[in-house]
Design a protein around this ligand. Structure first.
Ligand SMILES: *Cc1c(COP(=O)(O)O)cnc(C)c1O
Length: 366
């Protein structure tokens, strides 16, 4: 099966053009939603069916719906970008489709055909195309997600029924007031993911489990939490909900090290894009391991020059300083470094159509 017939139910009361313009002038992040959404149902015997584009709004769930009790859920995140000629593209939607299916396998949920996933995104984005911001740096954030709807308190089996949905939210420039490096907290009390667990799946439970660590980071005056490995508590894995990149050297021979995908890290599409892009800009890349002592000593010796987090929301988020229970240090001079900014500029350039796209990452919608 590669396509589904979508029933189209137009929103009879869309947000007025005037109100929409007001929202798009300052969309913030994840607070406003477009006029429509996608819903597709799954049943074990029927497969994927009942595909709809319909007005954005609340849904009803049985109080015993499995997701509310056992968190059988997963999600994705990608963006649609306005190009200079007015057209709209999505960035690497097939990579999100593939990752959603990898997450689905881990969460014992049904896989969705990649073509259906991308077709549903295209339908929503083309219908709500007026919601794709025209301001440079702004975009339409797309949030596909899926959860178990079966009425079932039995704990020994995955659900038979699921709802897949996509909603869309205009998003502003993460760094509207200039790029400000974050200060990060080394969490040694909490871990995000353990070997054999769900760290590589984009599932809500990983986030629920991370809030306490994030709150601790904030309590220590930091912006984000650095997740260390669950066994030795010293190997660096991720920062907040971003992958981490360590830049060594500068000038002619820069090199990037990023923690390898060991199963406890989320395989970011921005991470993958950086690993593809950097060598073409003369920056060597390596997937490996780095512990907190190596991180600290690298910064102190000057060998480690920049560190940044990367993910769809912020694209690149420079890390300026690190704090932990027994240590603290700064990275370089604490300001965004040239390699981080160059990579950011290249990737954003491809997304907004200002740079050539030799990798075929941008997917034209309308
Ligand atoms: C989504 C996510 C990322 C970044 O993935 P992108 O595809 O680059 O947006 C990194 N870490 C975690 C924990 C995530 O959930």
């Amino acid at each position: 099966m590669s396509t589904l017939d979508f029933e189209i139910i137009r929103n009879e009361n869309p947000v007025s053009a005037e109100d929409r313009a007001g929202i798009l002038a300052d969309p913030g992040w994840g607070q406003h939603f477009t006029d429509h959404m996608i819903t597709i149902r799954y049943h074990k015997t029927k497969g994927w069916h009942d595909a709809k584009l319909q007005p954005y709004g609340p849904i009803t769930l049985d109080p015993a719906a499995q997701v509310l009790h056992y968190a059988q859920e997963l999600f994705e995140g990608l963006k649609a970008y306005r190009q200079a000629d007015g057209s709209v593209v999505m960035f690497r939607p097939f990579a999100n489709a593939a990752r959603m299916n990898t997450s689905a396998k881990r969460m014992a949920m049904p896989e969705i055909p990649e073509e259906v996933f991308v077709e549903a995104l295209e339908l929503l984005v083309s219908t709500d195309r007026d919601w794709v911001p025209t301001t440079e740096g702004h975009s339409l954030y797309l949030r596909p997600f899926m959860f178990a709807t079966t009425r079932l308190l039995g704990v020994n089996q995955p659900a038979d029924e699921y709802l897949f949905m996509i909603i869309a939210s205009p998003s502003g420039n993460y760094y509207a007031r200039g790029i400000k490096p974050v200060t990060v907290w080394l969490s040694q009390d909490y871990t995000r993911a353990a070997p054999g667990g769900t760290g590589a799946a984009k599932t809500g439970g990983n986030y629920a489990a991370s809030f306490a660590g994030q709150a601790q980071a904030v309590a220590h005056g930091c912006d984000q939490v650095v997740w260390l490995d669950a066994v030795e508590h010293r190997w660096v894995e991720e920062v907040g909900s971003m992958n981490l990149m360590f830049v060594y050297g500068s000038g002619a021979q820069p090199r990037i090290l990023t923690p390898a995908l060991t199963g406890t890290l989320l395989p970011g599409i921005t991470r993958d894009s950086m690993l593809t892009l950097a060598p073409d800009l003369g920056i060597q890349v390596e997937e490996g391991k780095i512990n907190i002592d190596e991180w600290q000593h690298g910064c102190e010796s000057g060998e480690l020059t920049e560190v940044f987090g990367c993910g769809t929301a912020a694209i690149i988020s420079p890390v300026g300083a690190v704090k932990g229970a027994d240590r603290a240090w700064t990275i370089g001079d604490g300001e965004p470094g040239p390699i981080s900014m160059r990579l950011r500029e290249e990737l954003i350039g491809i997304q907004f159509g200002r740079r050539p796209d030799p990798y075929n990452w941008v997917h034209k919608v309308v």
